[in-house]
Design a protein around this ligand. Structure first.
Ligand SMILES: NC(=O)c1ccc[n+]([C@@H]2O[C@H](COP(=O)([O-])OP(=O)(O)OC[C@H]3O[C@@H](n4cnc5c(N)ncnc54)[C@H](OP(=O)(O)O)[C@@H]3O)[C@@H](O)[C@H]2O)c1
Length: 244
């Protein structure tokens, strides 16, 4: 698929990894519909930066913990641009208190709502508007740690493991109109409150390539997957070999 003049919806597209994906798409000539939750000011800043590449832009707020609000996103993008060709399911939460005993019911619900239900509802709405002869692309932003079980971020892992399965199931379900692929990230950006030394420590301890990645690498891989018309159900790990 040629990215120029296509329309992409990016969830959590205002900050960090989502911002890099938004700007990577804009740089490739793709119009961007930047979804955000709390990051209103960063969304406007990212929108302005994306607009600098000469593409059309919009920002849109919706709380992905709220199913009804989530289901307004694709219709809003269609109302704004008249088409949506690409859906990037990037937004997620990664709470520290998410251990086997520490995850209470409320946290379980919100983790599943944001990390799994939202990509499901958005993919469904997206697929519903692509005509039989049309072409669409979905990219899910996943986590490389799913390849290696461990007790940290217990319920987060369930949500991302299911997203992994959903990627492959939807690749079958939505073929041949829509391809569905994912990127599986490792040490890309430090969690809020941590610095680069946090990632360098991880790199020294357990990343074969002894270095960490960056959000622009993710954006490049996303654009690569979007341009391919014979790839579906595939995962690009961006983790320096950490989970081999
Ligand atoms: N950073 C890494 O190294 C790394 C590693 C592995 C996997 N990943 C995956 O990469 C993706 C992005 O990671 P990140 O580090 O950039 O994430 P992040 O900094 O935690 O940002 C989370 C994003 O999700 C959005 N979001 C969260 N809750 C929301 C809600 N209730 N409603 C609407 N939007 C909501 C946020 O939007 P607002 O700020 O506007 O609310 C924000 O854009 C995630 O899927 C994550 O699992 C990242």
């Amino acid at each position: 698929m040629e990215l120029k003049n296509k329309v992409a919806v990016i969830t959590g597209g205002a900050i960090r990894v989502g911002r890099a994906i938004t700007l990577g798409l804009a740089q490739a000539g793709c119009h961007v519909f930047i979804h955000y939750g709390r990051s209103a000011q960063p969304a406007l800043a990212t929108e302005a930066e994306a607009g600098g590449y000469g593409v059309e832009t919009a920002v849109y707020r919706a709380d992905l913990a709220d199913a009804e609000a989530t289901q307004t996103i694709i219709p809003a993008a269609l109302a704004r641009f008249g088409r949506v060709d690409i859906l990037i399911n990037n937004a997620a939460i990664f709470p520290d208190e998410d251990s086997f005993q520490g995850t209470d019911l409320a946290l379980w619900e919100v983790l599943f709502a944001i990390n799994l239900r939202a990509p499901f509802l958005l993919s469904r709405a997206f697929a519903a508007h692509i005509p039989p002869e049309g072409q669409g692309k979905i990219i899910n932003v996943n986590d490389g740690r799913i390849r290696r079980p461990a007790p940290d971020h217990f319920v987060y892992r369930f949500t991302k493991g299911s997203l992994w399965q959903m990627t492959e199931m939807l690749a079958l379900e939505l073929a041949p109109r829509i391809t569905v692929n994912q990127v599986a990230l490792g040490a890309i950006l430090p969690p809020p409150g941590q610095g680069w030394d946090y990632l360098q420590h991880i790199a020294d301890q357990r990343i074969p390539l002894r270095r960490y990645g960056n959000a622009e690498m993710v954006a490049e891989a996303v654009n690569y997957l979007l341009r391919q018309d014979f790839l579906t159900g595939v995962t690009i790990p961006i983790e320096g070999g950490e989970y081999l």
